[in-house]
Ligand binder design. Structure first.
Ligand code: PMP
Length: 459
């Protein structure tokens, strides 16, 4: 009998080859690339086109970076202008017309009371480096070394920023409760829960035996992003301002993710009217290119030359793209637009939750939205009797979204919060398409037979 050769494997499509080489050559620590196996080749606004020819609605927006979506014409124009001008692209931290214009535009957007008496430090081009700079600044200014940070926080991946993030440990960081309605640690939620959280903070600071190292600063995200989209109540933010001011503790607002209109105000601290001592800014301020700064009350400016240095603090293209983005958001009222559209999307998602018991909570502010997925059939957990988080379902929803051409990120303590961070230029029709695709993905994932098996295997 003739032996037949096995049929040769069909050749890989170019994008499959790229993905395969990526998985063979890149680090095990890679992140988004694992859950989003796509190869972007073109992008405009909300849409990314993959090398496979498929189009996706991108609600990850470079982890909240792209205030104007991909390749906005004003951003491209600003970049081209610098390139065509012959200006140097690398200038360390020297003065340039591009930097001067960026600083002027940034200061014009900041709360007046703050900007009128502020200094800026250009940092290495990542949010985490600016967080480090903020810590160095307040430690130098106060002569103290402790830090106050919150449960669920995320501030970056360098040693100091990581130590201040929830889930990390550092003897110099005192962890305080961040108020949350859903899964409130005090079992009450609402104003009362936030008040209890504030009282805990006050008590820890005033108790000489609380074991708290003298704090050089308090760092807070006005809306926690990676922690699962937890908006800080405005009254609680004001309490944090009072508590820190009364004890001469600088308040550091980490607006890396919440800045530039994202939450429905140009800067999220504006919702509460709080004037912080330090603001940490990155992501959207670079108009899709890397840029990070801290802006702070000038009295804190007591650190020495070189106290926070770095080679890449002069990204001219990012400053030009950033200035164009800031101006566009300001001139076109995109923060207000984010507030209105975000409220409508939250309402649609809450309506969806009433038909889907696996949606435990829908929350957010502006166009920073989270949908927490739970297992409604499992025994309740926690003080508020909420259903337990369902990571298997969340992963399935993310994959079903991708199949429907929608890119979403997962966040939160157990990676069970579907996060939406669309560009502020999102149209009403696009917003409807996003919610429809998510609803469809949710329905498909919830009835998937794999889900039950996988959930059972985990328990
Ligand atoms: N702070 C916040 C609030 C963030 O969301 C992030 C990034 N997600 C960072 C700091 C760190 O920024 P980067 O990843 O650019 O270092």
């Amino acid at each position: 009998m003739a032996v037949t050769e096995p049929a040769p494997a069909p050749p890989l499509a170019p994008h499959e080859g790229i993905l395969r080489r990526q998985s063979l050559r890149e680090s095990a620590a890679r992140t988004y690339a694992r859950s989003l196996p796509i190869v972007p080749v073109r992008a405009r606004g909300l849409t990314i086109e993959g090398a496979d020819g498929r189009r996706y609605l991108d609600c990850l927006s470079g982890a909240g970076t792209l205030a104007l979506g991909h390749n906005h014409p004003v951003v491209l124009e600003a970049i081209k202008k610098v390139l065509d001008s012959g200006a140097p692209l690398h200038v360390l931290d020297l003065a340039t017309p591009v930097k001067d214009a960026f600083t002027t535009e940034l200061f014009a957007t900041l709360p007046r009371e703050f900007a009128d008496n502020a200094r800026i430090q250009f940092c290495g081009p990542a949010g985490t480096d600016a967080v480090e700079a903020a810590f160095t600044l307040v430690r130098a200014a106060t002569g103290r070394s402790g830090l106050l940070a919150f449960t669920g926080a995320y501030h970056g991946m360098t040693a100091g920023a990581l130590a201040a993030s929830g889930g990390a440990e550092d003897v110099r960081v005192t962890r305080l409760p961040f108020p949350q309605d859903y899964r409130c640690p005090f079992g009450t939620g609402g104003e009362h829960g936030a008040e209890l959280a504030a009282r805990w903070t006050e008590n820890v600071l005033d108790d000489p035996k609380s074991g708290t190292p003298a704090p050089a600063g308090m760092i807070v995200e006005p809306v926690q992003g990676e922690g699962g989209v937890n908006p800080a109540p405005d009254a609680w933010m004001r309490r944090m301002r009072e508590i820190t001011a009364a004890r001469s503790i600088p308040l550091i607002a980490d607006e890396v993710q919440t800045g530039v209109g994202r939450t429905g105000a140009f800067w999220a601290v504006e919702h509460s009217g709080v004037v912080p001592d330090v603001m940490v800014l990155s992501k959207a301020i670079g108009g899709s290119l890397p840029l990070a700064v801290i802006v702070y009350r000038s009295e804190l400016d007591t650190w020495k030359p070189g106290a926070h240095a770095g080679t890449f603090r002069g990204n001219q293209l990012a400053m030009a793209a950033g200035a164009a983005t800031l101006a566009y958001v300001r001139e076109n009222g995109l923060a207000d637009r984010a507030a209105g559209l975000g409220a409508r999307m939250l309402a649609s998602l809450r309506a969806l939750a009433s038909h889907h018991p696996c949606i435990g909570d829908v929350r957010g502010r502006g166009l920073m939205i989270g949908v927490e997925l739970v297992d409604p059939e499992a025994a309740p957990v926690g003080t508020g009797g909420e259903a337990p988080p369902d990571p298997v379902l969340a992963t399935a929803v993310q994959q079903e979204c991708l199949r429907r051409g929608l890119i979403v990120e997962l966040g939160g303590r157990h990676s069970t919060v579907v996060r939406l961070l669309p560009p502020l230029t999102l149209t009403d029709e696009q917003a409807t398409a996003v919610v429809d695709r998510l609803a469809d993905a949710l329905a498909a994932a919830a009835r998937s037979p794999y889900r039950r098996t996988a959930t059972a295997a985990i328990r």
